[in-house]
Design a protein around this ligand. Structure first.
Ligand SMILES: Cc1ncc(COP(=O)(O)O)c(C=O)c1O
Length: 441
């Protein structure tokens, strides 16, 4: 299988050039030895190595192989994570001043994109899964209702899968959006592996970003943007606005070789991991698939239900097991194609000893929707001060106040922190002694 970008870098390094160009290490990093291996292929834009933001080889071939695999017209390598993908994706789909139908549980990169691109959110409700204490999938019906209520809105932005692995039906949502002449952007940061499991979680979307570094064996920050129906040059130019002009070649080469490795071996390993995770889900109290209720999950994301998240993680870490995160009532384990062999059975043995700490956490109600006072852009760039949360009644937030659980911001930038929001935060046990950033008045 071809790895065009990596091959170009290797062949340049092997030709033994006298390097009078960036980076300053000139292909040799002496210390420490674990950085030494990648120095020879850490290069810059040269005729042989191409330019990420221009048409030409070896990027055209390397990116086209990914685009084909994911079923999109175009793929753009990103060196700034899905953060860069969210900014690029929304910039491609919107014009400054547009209103966007947006999932309130989106990542902070999306809130920042609203401010950077001067967009106005129209919040899309996620159903609250009471039995799970988590937000569920976005329903196509809810998107349809919201677009009927706000006919001027032409862009829809949805996070799928969520951190907990909850998938929305992107195919059905895209049909609704396209029937109204709109565009669908999907933040699929946590779903780079799903197409390798034979799933089509992004089918129908116009633009999608995925973090290869989160769930594939790629280097930190390596991510991908997929787009269909756009001028390829516009996609490259838009991405370049949000990225460094010196993108890391080892990081991009990792995207090239990881695709090849996944097609050859990784996909099969991932299938095996999905079977292991299904067994974990049966054995321990955890989030499970309910496709018949329109609620399906990433088959490899293991979300354990616990009575006290911080205590559980402390106990687990005593045995050197480190999960991705805890949100009070759940502990999230990211399982990938690297977790073959005994990794998951050993984790299961370890969890067995912590059974007493598992089960449902106290019920969490869905968060209220606060009053919007100023735009996300005004809020992000206004003078602000840090203030004790307990004394914030009536203040306008300059940041997200987003406790875990539920992971959905109770207050977003530009919204009023009123009695109702403070009461909710108290009710779910949020640390009211913490300080938050509010607009200077
Ligand atoms: C849903 C979601 N979107 C985007 C991002 C940003 O991804 P990255 O860290 O690759 O920039 C994250 C990071 O955790 C995320 O959870």
């Amino acid at each position: 299988m071809p790895t065009p970008l990596y091959d170009a870098l290797r062949s340049y390094a092997d030709s033994g050039p006298f390097r009078f160009h960036m980076p300053g290490h000139k292909g040799i990093i002496y210390q420490p030895s674990d950085l030494r291996w990648m120095a020879p292929i850490d290069v810059t834009e040269l005729p042989e190595t191409g330019n990420l933001y221009e048409a030409g080889e070896p990027f055209d071939s390397a990116q086209a192989l990914w685009a084909e695999l994911f079923g999109f017209d175009q793929c753009q390598f990103l060196t700034g994570g899905s953060t860069m993908g969210v900014h690029t994706g929304l910039a491609l789909c919107c014009r400054p001043g547009d209103r966007v139908l947006m999932d309130r549980s989106c990542h902070r990169s999306a809130f920042n994109a609203l401010a950077l691109l001067n967009l106005e959110p129209v919040w899309l409700e996620r159903p609250w899964l009471k039995s799970e204490n988590l937000p569920g999938p976005i329903s196509p019906g809810e998107v349809e209702r919201a677009l009927e209520e706000h006919p001027d809105v032409k862009t829809v932005c949805i996070t799928s899968p969520t951190y907990a692995g909850v998938l929305s039906n992107i195919g059905a949502i895209s049909q609704i959006v396209h029937a109204r002449g709109g565009r669908l952007f999907v933040d699929g940061a946590h779903g780079a592996h799903l197409p390798f499991l034979g799933l089509a979680p992004f089918w129908g979307a116009d633009v999608v970003t995925v973090s290869a570094h989160k769930t594939l064996p790629a280097m930190g920050q390596a991510a991908l943007l997929f787009a269909s129906g756009f001028d390829p040059d516009l996609v490259r130019r838009t991405a370049s606005i949000f990225g460094t002009s010196s993108p890391s070649y080892p990081m991009m080469a990792s995207l090239d070789v990881v695709r090849d490795w996944m097609v050859r071996w990784g996909a099969e390993k991932y299938q095996w991991v999905a079977v292991q995770v299904a067994e974990l889900r049966q054995r321990f109290p955890s989030l499970t698939d309910r496709p018949y209720r329109g609620f399906s999950l990433d088959p490899t994301r293991f979300v354990l239900k616990v009575k006290d998240g911080p205590a559980f993680v402390r106990a687990l870490r005593k045995h050197f097991y480190v999960p991705e995160m805890e949100d009070g009532g759940h502990v999230v384990f990211i399982c990938t194609c690297q977790d073959t062999g005994k990794a998951i059975p050993y984790l299961a043995d370890r969890l067995e000893g912590l059974r007493d700490m598992m089960g449902d956490c106290p019920p969490i109600p869905a968060p209220p929707i606060p009053e919007r006072v100023i735009s996300p852009r005004q809020a992000l760039f206004a003078p602000s001060r840090v203030w004790p949360l307990e004394d914030c009644e009536g203040e306008i937030a300059a940041c997200q106040i987003a406790p875990y659980p539920p992971g959905v911001p109770v207050v977003a930038p530009g919204e009023r922190i009123s009695k109702k929001e403070l009461a909710y935060l108290r009710e779910i046990g949020y640390n009211m002694q913490s300080e938050v950033r509010v607009i200077e008045t």
